[in-house]
Design a protein around this ligand. Structure first.
Ligand code: SF4
Ligand code: SF4
Length: 361
């Protein structure tokens, strides 16, 4: 995605004062009520991070019981399929092509659908509010800022070039899934590799090779130094969310009459968008995090707006909407029997101890 010309203004060293900050501050009406949405966002972020950690532990225990030939006490948390985006995309294609609800890894399909619907309605809120990797990434750059007293910004040409990379990765995935015949998709998911794709994912982290560990270490280091390095440049899920979010009816809008050009919003924006000069934020990079609105000192200068009605909405509505939609779809899938894969324990007992031997078909 190309950056808006004005976006170049945001590509500044963190330590340099924003140009607009040097302007004379005009008289203004100070905001009386602080915006509580960043605190709400943090609570949601930690809730979903905790949920993912808990699911990770549950899934580890589920896998270990079959690896150690123990009795099957621990149920499989189907939510781990949120970590199988390719299976989600395969199932989405399968569903669109056949009208049948996918049988294997249905939760991957439900979670991808919830994620897409959330992005279409509530901007890229999945990244800014729910995604555990996004949360981890955010706290890494915050830690980096405390440790090194600043974050670093890449030159504009490199920033734009790298930002395109996540769309390229997404295009590769879409091509790979799009070019597979529907029957081949079903056969892949029904193969031993497909059935234990989640165990393969766990094994990637459990038995990480030196190269993978070095790459992961480099990503963590880059994330300490550069804001949202993974999300901004590499995450294909974020690329998909950003594209869907272009159709969202919610947008940050700035009222130039109320705005005092203090540039606090642009300085607070983790996506480094030029919020202080644009009238509305259409960018695919906006996560609806509400940090810009929270720091704005002028009443009604900057608001999240429901564009069709041109009405300002409270910032928490974005997060509450995303969480409500997400949980609503998960509960609907659970109560209607579209959440768990119908794979019997004896199949897991046979496949899990051999999971490392299965190669991509
Ligand atoms: S424009 Fe505002 S809501 Fe969007 S990413 Fe930047 S700070 Fe967050
Ligand atoms: S929108 Fe608010 S924070 Fe941004 S420049 Fe205007 S007054 Fe400052």
């Amino acid at each position: 995605m190309g950056a808006a010309p004005a976006e170049a203004a945001a590509v500044l060293s963190q330590s340099a004062p924003h140009p607009a900050a040097r302007k004379r501050v005009k008289p203004y009406r100070r905001r009386t009520h602080p915006d509580g949405s960043p605190a709400f966002r943090r609570a949601v972020q930690f809730l979903f991070l905790g949920l993912n950690l808990w699911m990770g532990v549950e899934f580890y225990l589920f896998v270990r019981q079959f690896e150690t030939a123990g009795a099957a006490h621990f149920p499989r948390p189907a939510g781990v399929e949120g970590w199988l985006p390719i299976a989600g995309m395969m199932n989405l294609k399968y569903f669109l092509a056949t009208g049948e609800f996918p049988r294997i890894h249905p939760a991957a399909f439900v979670l991808l659908t919830a994620f897409l619907a959330g992005s279409l309605l509530f901007r890229k809120s999945f990244c800014g509010w729910l995604c555990p990797v996004g949360t981890f990434s955010e706290y890494l750059w915050k830690l980096g800022r405390v440790t090194f007293h600043r974050n670093f910004h890449l030159p504009r040409w490199l920033d734009i070039g790298l930002r395109s990379f996540k769309y390229l990765l997404l295009a590769l995935f879409v091509y790979a899934v799009g070019s597979m015949p529907v029957r081949a998709l079903a056969e892949f998911l029904d193969s031993p590799y497909g059935l234990v794709a989640d165990v393969k994912m766990l094994d990637f982290f459990r038995y990480m090779g030196l190269t993978a560990a070095l790459v992961l270490g480099a990503l963590v280091l880059a994330s300490l130094l550069i804001q949202n390095f993974w999300c901004r440049y590499l995450c294909p899920y974020g690329a998909l969310a950003g594209l869907a979010a272009l159709l969202s009816p919610f947008r940050i809008r700035r009222a130039p009459d109320q705005c005092i050009d203090c540039a606090k919003c642009a300085q607070a924006c983790p996506a480094r968008l030029p919020v202080d000069v644009l009238l509305q934020i259409r960018s695919a990079e906006c996560t609806g995090c509400m940090e810009c609105v929270a720091v704005c000192p002028a009443a009604r200068a900057l608001e999240m707006t429901f564009v069709p009605a041109r009405r300002a909405v409270p910032g928490w509505l974005i997060g509450a909407g995303a969480v409500g939609l997400f949980l609503g779809l998960v509960i609907l899938a659970k109560t209607t029997g579209h959440w768990d894969s119908p794979i019997p324990d004896q199949v897991y007992r046979e496949l899990i101890p051999r999971a490392r031997d299965f190669a991509h078909p």
